[in-house]
Design a protein around this ligand. Structure first.
Ligand SMILES: [Zn+2]
Length: 445
């Protein structure tokens, strides 16, 4: 079977999680188990050379033994679960892996079976040629990344910790080679994320005695909540230039001509002006401060009934050094009203700062990763970047010296919008990019 056919078979296993399923649900877990078996059967040489452990339907680990004793291992993280589809909004069947023009359609084609399968293909290829890495190389594949990785990556991180395994660096999905990312730069940029923002959701609620809408109380819960929302919107989190983003701007500056170039190359010096300009651009602002999105509002179900409680939800992406605790305190102080109760979601996690060396474009793994990117995408500048979404890799922060989050693919903003969207598809060219990238990177280990 050819590489591309194995990829299509991987897409055909529907590893989405049914809405009301819970861990232990045999029907929901069956495709996850099937995917694990699929990997073991389709990559026989690698599976024979590498030890493997299936921890649960949500986690499997491979260890590819290195030739030398000692030295820190490297970890490749990936996930095989996908988000569910709204089938009626697709023009292709979401799990048929149908090929149309130069694309393969299907849920998970971009996020992230193309990456996981390319990694396995590259490993199988290298193992079949007799390649042995210098130090141990681990793969950790999760089956619940789209649901925070609590049963997959969290358990796998604990498994490594119990065995005192500490990684030199971790490589996971992330940002990619982007076209049209910066309006005035007319060339693709390889965004290599070395830092990740934290994730936090807070529910705000105000109680009130239920009753008939014909006799409302003088001060209504909705108005109290609205005041809180306005206070918060008037006091955004302060802007800050992290070393990662400073290097990013410096490199963008070097690619830009005229006053913009000069301004960005000296981003630190001009930071007050930089913040004023970037504040208006949501993409750029997200790199420079903790963002707070007001995502949900809820009151009464009926138009003529007073609600017994009104609720709002904030979703925050925390920029280092903000933590879940300090951000919560900031919100509480800004609202300054005891009638507004705050409740933190248990899925909240702190940011993962960069290894300071990575922000200087060196440090563990930086050179080999950058070199592999440059070989696959000749002439494309590699820029350290800040990941504003979360990845499974955050669960490995305590057992590694640094983390890279990168997808070796070229995506337009339109293609990027297909991730978690309708008609997700990957070009055959991008599939080849990923395979070549992992072959080069593995060959350098
Ligand atoms: Zn993903």
């Amino acid at each position: 079977m050819k590489k591309i056919d194995r990829f299509c078979k991987a897409v055909q296993i529907d590893t989405s999680w049914p809405k009301d399923a819970h861990p232990g649900d045999k029907n929901a877990e069956e495709p996850l188990n099937r995917f694990q078996e699929f990997l073991l059967s389709q990559y026989p040489v690698f599976s024979r050379i590498a030890e493997h452990w299936i921890l649960s339907p949500y986690g499997m680990i491979f260890r590819w033994p290195g030739s030398s004793n000692g030295g820190k291992p490297v970890l490749f993280a990936a996930h095989y679960d996908v988000v569910p589809v709204e089938e009626e909004k697709w023009t292709a069947a979401p799990y048929d892996a149908e090929r149309k023009d130069a694309y393969i359609y299907g849920r998970g084609t971009i996020d992230m079976k193309s990456i996981l399968i390319s990694l396995m293909e590259a490993a199988e290829d290298a193992a079949a040629k007799g390649f042995v890495p210098q130090h141990d190389v681990y793969f950790a594949f999760g089956g619940d990344e789209e649901r925070a990785g609590l049963y997959g990556a969290v358990e796998m991180a604990a498994w490594f910790k119990e065995r005192s395994i500490h990684f030199s660096w971790v490589f996971d999905e992330g940002t990619m080679v982007m076209l049209n990312q910066i309006s005035w730069i007319d060339k693709p940029l390889a965004l290599l994320s070395i830092e990740e923002k934290g994730f936090m959701s807070v529910e705000l609620s105000v109680d009130q005695a239920p009753g008939h809408a014909s006799r409302p109380p003088t001060e209504q819960a909705a108005a109290i909540l609205a005041k809180a929302l306005i206070r918060v919107s008037k006091k955004p989190f302060p802007f800050r230039l992290t070393p990662t983003v400073e290097t990013f701007f410096k490199k963008i500056g070097a690619l830009s001509s005229g006053p913009i170039g000069f301004f960005l190359r000296h981003a630190k010096l001009f930071s007050p002006l930089l913040f004023m300009v970037m504040k208006k651009n949501p993409n750029m602002a997200s790199l420079l401060h903790t963002t707070l999105a007001m995502t949900q509002l809820e009151g009464s179900k009926a138009d003529n009934v007073m609600p017994s409680e009104v609720k709002a939800v904030f979703n925050l992406r925390l920029l280092d050094p903000w933590t879940v605790e300090s951000a919560m305190e900031y919100i509480r102080k800004t609202i300054n009203d005891k009638r507004v109760k705050l409740r933190l979601s248990n899925l909240s996690t702190n940011p993962v700062p960069a290894n300071p060396e990575h922000a200087k474009e060196k440090g563990p793994g930086y050179a080999v990763v950058k070199d592999a990117v440059e070989k696959v995408f000749p002439g494309v500048p590699v820029l350290p970047f800040l990941m504003v979404a979360t990845t499974d890799s955050r669960h490995y922060k305590d057992i590694s010296d640094g983390i890279f989050r990168f997808c070796p693919q070229v995506l337009t903003p339109e293609e990027l919008a297909l991730v978690h969207g309708h008609d997700e598809r990957i070009s055959v060219e991008n599939l080849n990019h990923a395979f070549t990238f992992y072959s080069i990177l593995i060959g350098a280990l």
